[in-house]
Ligand binder design. Sequence first.
Ligand code: HAM
Length: 412
Amino acid sequence: MTNELQPVRGTRDLIGEDQRRHHHVVETARRVAAGYGFDEWTTPIFETTAVFARTLGETSDVVTKEMYTFQDRGGDSVTLRPEGTAGVCRALVSNGLTQSLPQKVFYAGPMFRYERPQKGRYRQFHQIGIELIGPSEPLADAEVIACGWHIIDALGIAASTVLEVNTLGDRESRQAYRDALIGYFTARKDRLSEDSLMRLDRNPLRILDSKDAGDRAIVAEAPTIAAYLTPEAAAFYDTLRRHLDRFGVPFRENPRIVRGLDYYGHTAFEFVTDALGAQGTVMGGGRYDGLVAEMGGPHTPAVGWAAGIERLAMLLHEAPSVPGTVAVVPVNEQAEPAAIDALQQLRRAGIRAEMAYRGNMRRRMERANRIGARAAVILGPDDIAQGVAQVKDLVSGTQEPVSLDALADRLK
Ligand code: HAM
């Protein structure tokens, strides 16, 4: 019998070092994105199913097999969000913001996909993301990518990732390219995997993304979009690359990037790493000029990206440390009231301070050492009567009396 009181497959608890890594990624991203003018939005974790089903692509893996969709008690079909972009566009329209552009949105939170769990791939995972809604200029794409790169650099992991960019062209370029791909793959139909055969008619671009070894050999020789770009689409891509150079963002071109969701046109990009095994994409995004209109709003250009927090956290070289604690140690029960005063004085000053809930002085000092406290504030009746406490530096071992009013200043 399986134990029902286990975490659901593909979910995990964030505790201790895992939580600190996670928090560090979000805080760093939030700070850097704020510097680029992005404001944080929080949208609901679940939405009406149509918000995703209509917009992410009828043939995408996410919509066909990965959504957590259920009927709520009122009989409505709702879905736990598999990504953040659709919800942000829905919110833009619902809140009447389509005339207040540009909107620069940052978000962070859990996403849900019924995927096969493995290292770096979960059923509940977390994303940070930004969406720049309004501008149609490639300068916006470059700024969005620069912000992503800046976050990765601020996390100290730029050396283990590579930015790959591609263009998916405009509608006309994509149609021409699609026809070319159908011709190419149809001629090699007998060697394609079953999955790719299914994609052949409906979405041949997705074959370029196949993980099947046989497919990959065929894909390696497939035509690239370059020859099918309209002059406008080619110019857009040229300008993007020029801006990326100007922003100082190193990148390489990869004509095989197609992305797993269907809403993209023009820019598509991914930050990839080979440090995480099979789940090598840490950040992905691109331009999606049609999504707001599909959500019922006016035609509204937009570009953005999202990154897996778990994947970024795994790349961090070391876990952020816990700030050093100050242990407050009353030598007996009579000293506890003064100890509580000292404790709160330190906390009000933003100093992490703790006091054990019981035990004699020896026990409490032992505990202070066990939790790695940086200092102990020892309070005995005689010292208190003189208005001082003994402050012991637990790293050097030195001890000195400090006026009770000056504890926070001394321990800052
Ligand atoms: P995505 O490529 O589906 O794009 O996901 C973005 C990132 O989320 C991935 O590169 C990966 O790091 C992380 N991720 C996805 N699935 C999982 C999983 N099952 N477990 C762990 N991490 C995962 C989007 O979601 C788009 N909304 C990005 C975007 C924003 N495009 C424009 N704006």
